[in-house]
Design a protein around this ligand. Structure first.
Ligand SMILES: Nc1ncnc2c1ncn2[C@@H]1O[C@H](COP(=O)(O)OP(=O)(O)O)[C@@H](O)[C@H]1O
Ligand SMILES: N[C@@H](CCOP(=O)(O)O)C(=O)O
Length: 316
């Protein structure tokens, strides 16, 4: 599914000659991607991943390269792009922008254990600690401004009560966030769901798919993570996973008072962000491929639970 641009042996072999990574042994298309063409490439020296960028803003790729370079230099478990013999990472192959990465070990956890939550919280806290000094800049493409500008496109597909829910929520965020103290800023992953991690047992092998990466509120990233990693099927927060993840995160980066104040609303805003982005995929801008879109209802349920139940107390 994810091979939108097929490649042959000769193309991959000659591409690899630009790098000091050894000679091609084998390569195969990866089925699980949705936006880009991904190949697992094995040389006589290393397992690698080759990505061809099929869509999105290609002029934003240098931001992603710089961010991954920076995080890899700071010993975060991310695939730092391989640079060629001239020191350049961003390449062109078959007419598409291309990057080569180390292949990181593991697979994503469908049902994360407490140890996996703890490992992810530790890595995210470490990432946010160092990412405050990252010098790149890319405004968050899914922030409150985007919610405000975009939500009108889906309202007509919703029931009257869901229309009111969405509009009232966005009004609430506007009132609260526009008057809040500035929250700590830095580079964020922007979409750190379970399926963007690789675990080898309880060891975090890697955090991947940084193409929602941007700069903005660190709390936004943390709320996305808690809503995905610590929600039960009914949308409620699972206290054990919540506490395991947050305890490890807070040991790396304590929250400021302003962040603590905003936390319950940030959980709601990031739930609505996915309700909306999934609705847009279903009703407004369906993808060219036939993969089943993610279910928007899951995030409406999470949003409703956060409104009804509030946030859990943050662990000490
Ligand atoms: N550096 C990596 N190491 C190991 N596996 C990877 C790596 N990068 C991508 N993958 C695998 O390729 C799949 C697709 O990559 P991803 O960047 O998520 O593509 P897309 O943006 O098209 O969804 C991932 O789900 C993962 O299985
Ligand atoms: N992880 C997301 C998919 C990516 O979100 P998008 O904003 O890039 O569309 C999900 O589960 O919906």
């Amino acid at each position: 599914m994810a091979v939108f641009t097929p490649l042959n042996d000769a193309q991959v072999s000659s591409f690899l000659e630009r790098f000091d990574v050894g000679n091609l042994a084998s390569f195969e298309g990866v089925a699980s991607g949705t936006e880009n063409t991904t190949f697992f490439v094995t040389t006589d020296r290393a397992p690698l991943v080759l990505t061809l960028f099929e869509q999105g803003e290609h002029d934003e790729l240098p931001f992603f390269v710089d961010l991954l370079d920076y995080l890899a230099e700071h010993r975060l478990p991310v695939p730092g792009p391989v640079h060629d013999r001239q020191g350049v990472a961003l390449q062109s192959l078959a007419g598409k922008p291309a990057l080569l990465f180390p292949r990181l070990p593991g697979k994503f956890p469908k049902h994360p254990s407490l140890a996996q939550c703890e490992a992810l919280g530790d890595a995210l806290g470490h990432m946010h600690f160092v990412s405050q000094r990252f010098e790149g800049h890319r405004p968050n493409p899914r922030d409150l401004h985007w919610l405000l500008a975009t939500h009108h496109q889906v309202l007509s597909y919703l029931s009257p009560s869901d229309q009111a829910l969405m509009s009232d929520e966005i009004d609430t965020y506007q009132g609260a966030f526009e008057n809040a103290d500035t929250l700590p800023q830095g580079a964020i992953h922007g979409d750190l769901f379970r399926d963007n991690t690789l675990f080898d047992g309880d060891r975090l092998g890697g955090i991947i798919d940084f193409y929602n990466g941007c700069t903005g509120d660190l709390l936004f990233d943390l709320a996305i993570v808690i809503n995905d990693w610590a929600s039960d099927a009914d949308g409620s927060l699972n206290r054990e996973r919540h506490d395991a993840l947050l305890r490890a995160y807070l040991a790396r980066r304590p929250l400021t008072e302003a962040e603590r104040q905003c936390w319950p609303l940030m959980l709601r805003m990031t739930a609505l962000r996915y309700w909306l982005s999934r609705l847009l995929v279903v009703y407004v801008d369906p993808p060219a491929h036939e993969l089943t879109p993610h279910n928007p209802e899951q995030f409406r349920t999470i949003l409703n639970r956060r409104i009804t139940d509030g946030a859990l107390p943050l662990p000490a």
